[in-house]
Design a protein around this ligand. Structure first.
Ligand SMILES: [Mn+2]
Length: 274
């Protein structure tokens, strides 16, 4: 049960020319969460330096990860971390995995975010974060190998893979569920049960939804989930395995008016987690 919200307006992990709109998106969501249960992090304003690592804006990303882990350390209850870009999941998953060593991670995203520093087309960390979570490649941001083993990861709803991502995912035998298979409401819960995990962390990039469901999405990919399909699958999952943490990321409204239009959909997704 999510009873706490941590809002992280990080944009430095995004490849998008609309990256700064992630700040607007985080603020729009924060405005609709219960104020007494919500903490908004003051993320660095500067872009940061790659320091030759192949990860753009690395220094700011390292700093925000520390801020996230410090903030989460003070909570004992499950927290919904709201982005910002997908990179905010790194510190939040690290925190959840420390408390629940047999954690499964569900990655609901139109993209698997499984590039490495030598395969990334953009240098943006948001396209590498799941790879860093499984501890692959020794980057300054990777978790230690085994903290989240690949056989406890479920990639769900992804429909835009780079070739090297596909190869790396299949080499590691990571479970993947297509949008079509997620329409069976029990498919997600079944896939997580098969991992043998006793707790689950759920990461949601709003681009897992069909673009018709939500306008504020910098990376629209057609043929996504409806809000109803997503919330139904989450309900079945929560009934099967305890949900111990979550992220909601990628919300990027182009204007205040579109943010108002989208908030109903956003709040239904938050409600399915909280
Ligand atoms: Mn995505």
């Amino acid at each position: 049960m999510m009873t706490r919200y941590l809002v992280v307006p990080q944009w430095q992990g995004s490849p998008s020319s609309r990256a700064m709109q992630l700040i607007d998106g985080a603020q729009a969501i924060a405005g609709d969460l219960p104020r007494s249960a919500t903490t908004v992090l003051d993320v660095p304003v500067e872009a940061g330096e790659a320091l030759g690592t192949g990860i753009h804006r690395l220094t700011s990303l390292v700093r925000v990860r520390e801020q996230i882990e410090d903030a989460l350390a003070s909570f004992t209850e499950p927290v919904l971390t709201v982005g910002g870009d997908c990179g905010v999941a790194l510190g939040a998953v690290a925190h959840a995995a420390r408390r629940h060593p047999s954690l499964a991670v569900v990655w609901l995203d139109a993209h698997p975010d499984f590039n490495a520093t030598d395969t990334t087309p953009s240098g943006a960390f948001s396209g590498m974060v799941l790879r860093a979570i499984v501890g692959d490649g020794e980057t300054a941001l990777s978790l230690a190998p085994g903290v989240v083993a690949p056989d406890r990861v479920v990639i769900a709803g992804a429909r835009s893979f780079d070739e090297p991502e596909l190869a790396a995912i299949s080499e590691r035998g990571i479970r993947t569920l297509t949008v079509e298979s997620l329409r069976d409401a029990d498919a997600l819960a079944d896939a997580v049960r098969e991992t043998g995990a006793d707790a689950v962390y759920v990461h949601i990039d709003v681009d897992v939804l069909d673009p018709a469901e939500l306008a504020g999405n910098a990376h629209p990919e057609p043929f996504g989930l409806t809000v109803a399909e997503l919330t139904t699958a989450l309900g079945r999952l929560r009934a099967a395995v305890p949900l111990v943490g979550a992220t909601l990321t990628g919300y990027s409204p182009s204007s205040l008016a579109s943010a108002t239009d989208d908030l109903g959909a956003i709040l239904r997704v938050v409600g399915a987690l909280a």
